[in-house]
Design a protein around this ligand. Structure first.
Ligand code: NAP
Length: 253
C-alpha cells in the first residue's frame, strides 16, 4: 500500500477548508525544527470531505492529521474507529493512521479547553454559558461536564438543547453565570471590532470570559470582560495543549 510508513520521513497535516492561516502548521514546523525531528506538517485544504480518503491513500508515510472547520463532525463517517471520548463529544479533531492505513478519530479540543480553564477556577464558578453550538462547543460542553460545571447553550436559533437565544439574555442571566465561553467565530481577525451580542453590563470581577479565538490575542469579547475586571482567557493555551495531546496520541504505540 502506498501509505506504508517509513519512520524517518513521517508526515502529519491539518485537514480543513481555507486554512492558509493555520496555527498548527507553524506550531509543528517550529516543534520539528527545535526537536530536530525529520518530519513534515502540511495543510490539506479540501473543498469536500469526500476528497480526504483518496489523499490519505496516496500519501506515503502519513501518520497523523488534525481536523478543523468545517470537518470536525463530517469526518466521523470516514473513519474506521472512534475513540470513546470523541464518540461522546460527537466531534473529531485528531486522526491517527495505523501502519495498515486504518483511521482512528480522537478529540483533543476538550483536553485543551479543560486544562486551560482549570487553573482559573474558584469555588463560585458553578454555572456557565456557552455561546454557539458548533463542533468546538461540543468539546467545551464535555469538559464542563467533567469539571462538574452546569452550563446552558446560547444560540441564534431555537434548537434541541438550546436554553437561550441572544435576545433572551439579560443582566440577571449574565450575572448568575460566572463563566461565559465564546465558541463562535465572532471577533476573529479581520473582524476584530465584532463581539457576541450579550449584555456585558452583567459581567463582574467574579466572572471568567473565555474566548476560543486566539487571533487577535485580546478579542473585543475579552476586552469587554477586562473593562469589568473579569478574568479573561484567550484560545492560545487551548490550541497548544490540544496540539501536544494530538502529538502524544500519534506517537503512542
Ligand atoms: N483555541 C482552540 O484551540 C480552538 C479549538 C477549536 C475551535 N476554535 C475556535 O472556536 C470557534 C468555533 O469553532 P467551531 O468549529 O465550533 O465553529 P463553527 O462550527 O463554524 O461555529 C460555531 C458556532 O458559532 C455560531 N456562529 C457562527 N457564525 C455566527 C455568527 N455570525 N454570529 C453568531 N453566531 C455564529 C453558530 O452557533 P449557532 O448557530 O447556534 O448560533 C455555530 O454553530 C472558531 O473561531 C474556532 O477557530 C478554537
Amino acid at each position: 500500500m502506498d501509505n506504508a510508513q517509513d519512520k524517518s520521513k513521517l508526515k502529519f497535516g491539518l485537514v480543513g477548508k481555507n486554512i492558509s492561516y493555520s496555527f498548527s502548521r507553524g506550531y509543528f514546523a517550529e516543534k520539528f525544527n527545535s526537536e530536530h525531528l525529520p518530519y513534515t506538517y502540511e495543510n490539506i485544504d479540501i473543498q469536500s470531505i469526500d476528497e480526504l480518503l483518496p489523499i490519505i491513500k496516496h500519501t506515503k508515510n502519513l501518520k497523523g492529521l488534525n481536523v478543523t472547520i468545517p470537518y470536525k463532525e463530517a469526518v466521523i463517517p470516514v473513519l474506521d474507529k472512534l475513540n470513546k471520548r470523541a464518540k461522546k463529544i460527537g466531534a473529531v479533531n485528531t486522526i491517527k493512521i495505523s501502519k495498515k492505513g486504518r483511521l482512528k478519530g480522537y478529540n483533543t479540543d476538550y483536553y485543551g479547553f479543560l486544562h486551560s480553564l482549570k487553573p482559573h477556577l474558584k469555588k463560585h464558578h458553578k454555572k456557565a454559558l456557552i455561546l454557539g453550538t458548533g463542533g468546538a462547543s461540543k468539546a467545551v460542553a464535555y469538559a464542563l461536564q467533567k469539571l462538574k460545571i452546569d452550563f446552558h447553550y446560547v444560540s441564534r436559533s431555537n434548537k434541541k438543547g438550546v436554553k437561550f437565544l441572544y435576545s433572551d439574555l439579560n443582566t440577571n442571566i449574565i450575572s448568575s453565570h460566572h463563566i461565559i465561553i465564546n465558541c463562535t467565530p465572532i471577533g476573529t481577525f479581520p473582524n476584530i471590532n465584532a463581539c457576541p451580542d450579550i449584555p456585558y453590563e452583567g459581567v463582574t470581577e467574579n466572572h471568567i470570559l473565555f474566548d476560543l479565538i486566539y487571533n487577535p490575542s485580546e478579542s473585543k469579547f475579552l476586552s469587554c470582560g477586562s473593562l469589568k475586571n473579569a478574568t479573561t482567557i484567550n484560545g492560545l493555551k487551548m490550541l497548544e495543549l490540544q496540539a501536544e495531546k494530538s502529538w502524544r496520541i500519534w506517537n503512542k504505540s
